[in-house]
Design a protein around this ligand. Structure first.
Ligand code: DX5
Ligand code: ZN
Length: 217
């Protein structure tokens, strides 16, 4: 599977969001990772469907919406309207994962299922057929700039093994603490989409940072 980079704008200059999105697109990333936080599921509040919708005309990047919200179901139609190509819900949120994944797919877009560090790999196994992507958190959700938890690598491997065992080709996205070194580890463990936030925005030459993440090792 080809490796893809999904740029998180959480640690960008949000007062210049349109320009920041154009910058990541020019740097050669494939997807835009939009971290939606509701102040309940995680402490902070970021942005919602209005801001996502205002970004839509400024880029052709795939909108990869990560809903860190307690009640994702009622928000799904709003984010579909705001241009999401993939909507990812948390298995730990207050929803029925199966119904919610089916609801997302019913809009003709991709459905993702996310698990936090303390949730075991096995929790997602019953839902693999209903998900286009499994998002594995490698930090506690809530903020950017944290350190990659290497003890999540066996979880990535276990989920990739189960995907193969079930004869599926579900994407595995990894989110949190991705840099040149952890990108390799995550990829070797079976991830094929990497979310990168602070690593891209802290590097002066973002194009170089993207190449460093995608270089074959
Ligand atoms: C954390 C978010 C991540 C975060 C990644 O709650 O879901 O997407 O922005 O940022 P870095 O790459 O800085 O860990
Ligand atoms: Zn995220």
């Amino acid at each position: 599977m080809d490796l893809k980079i999904s740029a998180s704008v959480l640690n960008s200059d949000m007062s210049q969001l349109g320009n920041e999105v154009r910058r990541v697109e020019l740097a050669g990333v494939h997807m835009l990772h939009l971290d939606v936080m509701d102040g309940v599921f995680v402490k902070s509040i970021t942005f919602g469907d209005y801001i996502q919708s205002s970004l839509r005309p400024h880029t052709n990047l795939i909108f990869d919406t990560h809903l860190m919200v307690n009640e994702p179901t009622r928000l799904i139609p709003l984010f579909v309207k705001a241009g999401s190509d993939i909507i990812t819900i948390h298995i730990e949120s207050e929803c029925l994962p199966l119904d919610t994944l089916r609801l997302i797919r019913s809009f003709g877009i991709k459905a993702g299922l996310c698990i936090k560090p303390n949730t075991p790999a096995q929790a997602v196994f019953p839902f693999l057929k209903e998900a286009d992507m499994i998002l594995i958190m490698t930090v506690e959700p809530g903020m950017g700039g944290q350190e990659f938890m290497t003890d999540m690598l066996p979880k990535i491997r276990a989920i990739r093994q189960e995907i193969v065992r079930q004869g599926l080709n579900t994407d595995i996205e990894v989110d949190g603490g991705i840099n040149q070194k952890t990108a390799q580890l995550a990829q070797q463990a079976g991830a094929n989409i990497l979310v990168a936030g602070s690593y891209l925005f802290n590097e002066g030459d973002m194009g170089k940072a993207v190449r460093q993440l995608t270089v074959d090792n």
